[in-house]
Design a protein around this ligand. Structure first.
Ligand code: A3P
Length: 345
């Protein structure tokens, strides 16, 4: 009898024990399940973020470092893919004028976080051999950029080369065109100085500016001399106007870009429909160089190469005056067409 009661008690204890263990196991299991069902982070954050309408300019500036690395060849294809970098055809071109300050303008515009420059002069539209290589070749010469940035290239030979306007028009009829000009006689002397330096480097002699710019027989300005022809801005511009309306050009004052660059750059920002981002902080006058230099940030600044800002040779004042008189009517026409007046003689 006693044995039977003890067996019953053991059975009850077993059932109770089993129930208790079962409950504990159930609770453990339930807590575990709940844990697993609980969202790790809020649902919204697991959805793809909405596409930003425009990459904020500040973040573009931040990513400029990567573009720089790419240019130096230090960034990988994977980084290019990851950051959605592309080689874009230029949306604006500095078409000239040679010795007008084209390099300074390009470098200064490159201070803008939404601008990426093609470092080299590409000479695609003015060189038949390059042009025959096609648009993919041209695009391949462009720097990597973020899709919302604009690429700018400069090749000053475009302005004076016959075939170029039509070729650029065929690529993009709404492209923005920048022309930087200086007082025409000064530009011609600057042009001469560059050629002279090239000759001297090769230990060659060269004519004096006066004998090139003035025809010895007629005593008239020598219009066959290239440095003179290039400074007849209106003649070249008129060829361009057969393809592009005048609103698609912006004329930059190259003389003012030397002495006071910021207002000129702000006008270009507006022409390119870019928010104003280049500030006085980005430009500082370097007394040793005698020119404004560029400040990208607290650690990186640079001046243009020594080949920019050469000392010009002395030119006979009567020759300078003759040239100024010669250019005068062409200048008047240039002001009339462009709507930008300069205080050139
Ligand atoms: P000079 O060498 O006659 O002084 P380009 O780049 O089209 O060849 O133009 C060269 C000219 O850019 C130079 O002509 C120089 O005067 C001018 N320039 C304008 N801003 C400059 C800058 N910040 N640093 C150096 N040269 C500058």
């Amino acid at each position: 009898m006693l044995f039977k009661q003890q067996a019953l008690l053991r059975q009850k204890l077993f059932v109770l024990g089993s129930l208790a263990i079962g409950s504990v196991l159930y609770l453990v299991a339930r807590v575990g399940t709940l844990d697993r069902l609980q969202p790790i982070c809020p649902v919204e954050s697991r959805l793809a973020p909405p596409e930003p309408a425009q990459i904020p300019l500040r973040s573009l500036q931040f990513k400029r470092g990567l573009l720089h690395e790419l240019r130096k060849g230090n960034a990988t294809r994977e980084q290019i893919r990851l950051h959605n970098l592309v080689q874009q055809l230029p949306r604006a071109i500095i078409i000239g004028v040679r010795k007008g300050g084209t390099r300074a303008l390009l470098e200064m515009l490159n201070l803008h976080p939404a601008v990426v420059k093609a470092s080299q002069e590409i000479h695609f539209f003015d060189n038949d051999q390059n042009y025959a290589r096609g648009m993919d070749w041209y695009r391949g010469k462009m720097p990597f950029s973020f899709p919302h940035q604009i690429t700018i290239e400069k090749s000053p030979a475009y302005f004076i080369t016959e075939e170029v306007p039509e070729r650029i028009f065929k690529m993009n009829s709404s492209i923005k065109l920048l022309i930087i000009v200086r007082e025409p006689t000064t530009r011609a002397v600057s042009d001469y100085t560059q050629v002279l330096e090239g000759k001297e480097r090769k230990n060659k002699t060269y004519h004096k500016f006066e004998t090139l710019a003035v025809d010895g027989n007629t005593c008239e300005v020598n219009t066959k001399y290239k440095a003179v022809r290039t400074s007849i801005y209106t003649k070249h511009l008129e060829r361009w106007l057969k393809y592009f309306p005048v609103e698609q050009f912006h004329i930059v004052d190259g003389d003012r870009l030397i002495t006071d660059p910021l207002p000129e750059l702000q006008l270009v920002e507006r022409f390119l429909s870019l928010p104003s981002r280049i500030s006085q902080y980005n430009l500082y006058f370097n007394a040793t160089r005698g020119f404004y230099c560029l400040r990208f940030n607290i650690v990186f600044n640079k001046c243009l190469a020594g080949s920019k800002g050469r000392t010009h040779p002395e030119v006979e004042p009567s020759v300078l005056a003759k040239l100024q008189r010669f250019f005068h009517p062409f200048n008047q026409k240039f002001y009339q067409i462009t709507g930008r007046t300069f205080s050139w003689p």
